[in-house]
Design a protein around this ligand. Sequence first.
Ligand code: AMP
Length: 539
Amino acid sequence: MTKFSDLNLNPKVLKAIDEAGYETPTPIQAGAIPPALEGKDVLGIAQTGTGKTASFTLPMITLLARGRARARMPRSLVLCPTRELAAQVAENFDTYTKHLKLTKALLIGGVSFGEQDKLIDKGVDVLIATPGRLIDHFERGKLILSDVKIMVVDEADRMLDMGFIPDIERIFQMTPFTRQTLFFSATMAPEIERITNTFLSAPERIEVARQATTSENIEQGVLMFKASRKDREATEKRKVLRALIDAEGDKCTNAIIFCNRKMDVDTVAKSLKKYGYDAAPIHGDLDQSQRTKTLEGFRNGDLRFLVASDVAARGLDVPSVSHVYNYDVPSHAEDYVHRIGRTGRAGRDGKAIMICVPRDEKNLEDVERLVQREIPRLDNPLGGSEAKAAPAAEAKTTDAPAAKSDEAAKSEKPKRTRTRSRKKPDAAKVDAEQTETAQADSPKADKPDAKADAKSDAKPQDKKSDKPAKESADKAPAQKADAAQDDKPNNRRGGRGGRGDNNRNDNNRQQNNRNDNRVVGLGDHTPEFIGLSFAERRE
Ligand code: AMP
């Protein structure tokens, strides 16, 4: 078996690896480090959890250990799709450069330009950046990329999803033709293939097996759930989620709960909190300091449940996550692989539990086709797969978990009855009712038309219109709250294929989603009760 000491790494890097407690390189490390040290281009097909970050940081540090950085001219560049991922790569550099004098700068949105400028002015060996922020710095004339000797593109498939491919192409063109490129992607979509064919030179291709097909240590299950009534789906689904969490008991030390929509991330986190679960949301609309704080809390064990969108949680390295809950079946099958890969890391056991409502069954089929296995069906812990969370039953079970707060137990069940009986409710009850009904259970939130793709994190489409994302993104103001958008440059020129193709796909997907729910012959704007009765008869 290969050992780190066989890999020709700098002795000071080896010392840091040893101190980090790693003995043997993972397959992607054993495959990528030797050609990278020889100066070759590398195409790594691997995802997070495989040790891919060290597979590029270790050879980079070894190569950079010789030589010095010049003002405004970084010697190497790492591009990451999200701020969190960039911060994680920066942490890796800190770990492995601790016995060397290499400097780095992190260029991400949500941090002032001034601080970043100062670092760049001094000269850095490694620049770790999200594409948009890097282009912003470049266009302000603060950065010269002509001395970049090594360029890393991390999570290229996520870059594609987020519409960053035109930016990546621009950045490639801003760096010298002679640079060495280390390029990583979990999947090889045609657009990614095109980029690698254009910008990589005779790369050494290293592919490590997909996590979802190899990680036998992740136990998977899906609960097929149909609400008692369509307008109760959101409430009942959250109740089912709580029951699934409770059913795991102490085995669930911590969990990431994935939702497809940012709106649901907030609602689910709020609802869990209300029921006494230690939960917090993370998605692109939250400000950076809040996101960092939430993540830190989750990493160090202070926070038990992290409710997340795909983009926000992508690539996050929290070594011991006991459970992943998919509150929704992801609308892109590959996201399932990424989501469940948050658990069962570093050889530990993990469990991935998903809830599938009838309209997500097609997505479930796609997931099962991708992972090439049937995901075992779970029994509903509330005692049946359908209609068990109907109002009367709900009243009972809501009170069941002893750990839940009284306020929470009181608030969910009686609220509708009271609203309907038009008795004057007291202030606390009104409050609880508003939280659950106005924000979560409103039929509006559940309408297929309101369904935003998981990518809403990356491209804040105007949800009220069906305009393509590109149009609204181009019109959007410079300071967007969204993480991905923050990290995009203000005046981009676009490029071939990438973002446009992606948007077309998104639109098709959204169109497909609508088709799945459409009542044939009555148009898209049929009153919901008519749709319900047709749907019932069809089954
Ligand atoms: P990554 O795929 O880069 O996100 O890494 C996944 C996890 O594996 C991180 O927690 C790393 O610290 C850890 N790791 C990286 N290399 C090794 C190794 N050679 N042996 C054991 N764990 C490692």
